[in-house]
Structure formats: C-alpha cells, structure tokens
Ligand binder design. Structure first.
Ligand SMILES: Cc1ncc(COP(=O)(O)O)c(C=O)c1O
Length: 394
C-alpha cells in the first residue's frame, strides 16, 4: 500500500547508488562520482563553524527556533546580501529553511494546484521534476542549448508558457550542466515573466562556486518582476549534512504578499529549521575566512584536469563547466554499438569499472544521451577514473 505520488518519485542520483552498493558487495572498488557532496571527498566543514555548533549547543540554544528563522541570522543574511551582492531585502523578506530542498518543497506546495504547470530548465536538478509532480502539477522543460554553452533557449520557453504556467525556474549555475545563464538570457527571461505576470524562482545554491564566467543574480537584474531566490550553506560553506538554507523575496510591487503568507504558514506547520545550525551559521557572517575561495581554487584544478581528460576521449564531447562541480558529457551512441541509451551505458560502466556516474535522462528529457560526473575527488582518484573510462570505451 503506497500512494501514487510517492511511488512515482525518482531520484537518479541516489537510485544509481543502490546498484553501486550491489556491485561493491561483489568486491569491486567503487568511484562515487554520482553525489554532489564535497564532504564525501577530501573537503571538511571549516573548524570555526563546527566549533560554533558545539558552543551554541553548550550555551543552550537547543530549543525550537522561530519558524521563519532565527532573527539574528536573518539580519546577517540581509546585511550580506546588501554588502556583497547589492541586493536590498530586509530580514522580513527572508525565510530560513532546512536546506534549499525544503524551500523547493514549500514553494511548489504553495504555487502548484492539480494540473498546473511549472517551467524548469531542461536538463536540471531532478527535485524540481519530482516535486512538481508530487503536488499533481506538470513540470515543463524549456531547452538549455548545449551548442550555446547550455544557455536557455528563450523561443522554446516562450512557446511553452500557457495559461496554466505558475512560474519559471532559473537554476544558475546549473546542475547537471555546470552552465551559468548569460545576463542577456536572464534579462530576456525576466521580460518574459513580466509579460505573462509570472514569478521567477531562482536556485542560487552554486552562486559562489564559479570559474571564469561571471555570475549575475536575477534579482539584481529585475526591477519589478518578483523573484524568489533560494540559497544555502551546503555547498559554499561545506555543510551539506547540516540541512540549512534560506530563501528571500524580491517583490517591489507586493505581488507576493499572499504567497509569503502561505509560505509562513507552511513554515509554522513544520515548527522550525535546526536551531543550533542557525545559531552556528551566524558565525560564518561574523568571521573572516577564505574557505569558499579555497574550495573554488581546488575545484577549478579538478575541473581542468577532468575536462582535459574527457575531451580527449573519442566518442565523447563535453561543454566545460563554468560553475558548480559537475561535467555533463555527451556520449555519441553512433560510435558505440553496445549501448543505445545513457542509463544502460552508466550501469555497464559501473559494473565493469566501478565508476559510478548518473544517467543524463535522470535530469529530464533534455539530459538524454549524457552522463553526469562530479569533479569533487582529488586528482589521484580522478586519474584512475578517467583511465577506467578510457579503457572501457576502447
Ligand atoms: C541545484 C540544486 N539545488 C538544491 C540542492 C539541494 O541543496 P540543499 O543541500 O541546500 O538542500 C542541490 C543539491 O545538490 C542542487 O544541486
């Protein structure tokens, strides 16, 4: 006995891990390049943040927090947005969540009625597909054009807006492509959203993990179109397991008043995000630290190494990542008779070499024919991984 809505949930990133565990039990070494968690590799939470966690717990901050989030933390986030990103939102515009994940659940719960549509990039993070369906809505993918560095195809987006569309998602830097949407395309999306009176949801979890290309936030480009931006501490502060994030509303014309009230109701109904995580996170804003810069420096080396290995493999092509920590190469199935789809390829690669990647179709229809590989492991491990992939394809 299980509801249809739960039965239909698919999450390729973790579903493939089940097969990896079976292969591991047979004695094979597994290279887990499927999960976007730096802490599973040689990255650690900065010690001053861990120390802050222990301290606030000893200091007795172990109660349920305010449902909207600890006030001091929301004030620090507001100051940070103003100083670092020139974004003007007060603490009243900020809601602290248990990771961006909870923000996504809340927003789609509040926005989507049965049969309504939500426009998402194709390919993108599977949670958006799952959660839209979970609330009986229809995820509609607009194309990210691989030939244009995975920039959005605005004509395709326009064609897909209907009277059932409830919002448009921007996810930049994007998972799984590593692409950063160009400012021109973001402006065009904002104009389109304005034309159809739609809110924009902006997933900015990777906004501090960028390489050559500059990231510009949709909020800073939008005058009057409402944007709900989601961000968190998981990736840039190396705190994936803490489950802490936030969202904020850019709403100069007060179009989101009802939505904000609904979101606050949802927040109250789940009591609060972790109080000790919130009190400890305040220290991140009050302490000078280069941990994010250092993370990006290491990741860039690993990206460069991975990209240089991949692009030399025959039958695979790859757009380099501008942000996040994934490469999303395309497999030319005309070159290889043995497989005709990404899922079979990924499973065979895993069984034969122990390299665990994620099949691109797990990120929506536009991901078909691709695989996602993180470049989180250190160079020695990456070297083994790419030797294996090369030999496998020979
Ligand atoms: C695009 C994107 N959004 C959200 C999340 C989840 O973030 P959080 O840990 O804050 O829930 C991830 C995790 O991989 C992600 O890739």
């Amino acid at each position: 006995m299980i509801s249809r809505r739960v039965n239909d949930i698919e999450y390729a990133i973790r579903d493939i891990a089940v097969i990896a565990n079976q292969v591991e039990q047979k004695g094979k070494k597994i290279y887990r390049l499927n999960i976007g968690d730096p802490l599973k590799y040689d990255f650690i939470t900065p010690p001053f943040i861990s120390d802050a966690l222990a301290k606030v717990s000893h200091d007795g901050k172990n109660f349920y927090a305010d449902s909207l989030g600890v006030l001091e933390l929301r004030k620090e986030i507001s100051k940070f947005l103003k100083n670092k990103k020139k974004i003007d939102v007060t603490h009243d515009d900020i809601l602290v969540t248990a990771g961006v994940t909870e923000g996504i659940y809340f927003l789609l719960a509040a926005l989507i009625e049965r049969g309504e549509e939500f426009l998402i990039p194709g390919p993108t993070y599977p949670l958006y597909i799952n959660n839209t369906k979970f609330y009986d809505g229809i995820p509609v993918e607009y194309e990210l054009d691989e030939n244009e560095g995975w920039d959005p195809n605005i004509d395709d987006m326009r064609k897909k807006i209907t009277n059932k569309t409830q919002g448009i998602l921007i996810c930049s830097p994007n998972n799984p492509t590593g692409g950063i949407f160009s400012s021109e395309k973001v402006k065009q999306i904002i104009d389109l959203a304005g034309e159809y009176n739609l809110p924009i949801l902006s997933d900015e979890i990777y906004d501090q993990i960028t390489y050559e290309k500059e990231y510009v936030s949709p909020v800073s480009l939008s005058k009057d179109v409402p944007v709900i931006a989601m961000n968190g501490f998981s990736k840039s502060d190396l705190m994936t397991g803490w489950r802490l994030g936030y969202l904020y509303y850019h709403d100069p014309e007060n179009k989101l008043t009802e939505l904000k009230e609904g979101m606050a109701k949802l927040a109250r109904a789940r009591l609060s995000a972790s109080s000790i995580a919130q009190y400890a996170a305040i220290e991140i804003f009050r302490t000078k630290s280069d941990h994010t810069k250092e993370l990006v420096r290491k990741l860039k080396e690993r990206r460069d190494y991975s990209y240089n290995r991949i692009r030399k493999i025959e039958g695979i092509s790859c757009v380099n990542a501008n942000g996040a920590f994934y490469l999303f190469p395309k497999i030319d199935f005309n070159e290889f008779d043995r497989w005709d789809n990404d899922k079979d390829f990924v499973i065979d690669l895993l069984k034969e070499t122990g390299v665990c990647s994620v099949y691109g179709s797990g990120f929506g229809d536009f991901g078909k024919g691709h695989i996602r590989l993180t470049f989180l492991p250190n160079k020695d491990i990456l070297e083994e991984v790419y030797d294996h992939i090369e030999n496998f394809l020979k």
